[in-house]
Design a protein around this ligand. Sequence first.
Ligand code: FES
Length: 79
Amino acid sequence: MSPAIRASDTPFAVDVEAGKTYWWCACGRSKSQPFCDGSHKGSEFEPIAWQAAESKQMWFCGCKGTANAPFCDGSHKKS
Ligand code: FES
């Protein structure tokens, strides 16, 4: 399995809306980071769906190395 592309060295702050579903880019190829734009097609990656329970700011992983997808867990600081 080829590794995900490191789309960013830092997470993305997003103001999410309650009830809305977000598709987090897992492959790192999307041009609409941190979300999927369909660029994973042909790779072994699939985006991860996450639904917001409340409206607030969330930090989505940009390095694609998080162990808590789709959110930043601080792993971007390790490499
Ligand atoms: S941006 Fe990926 S763990 Fe922080």
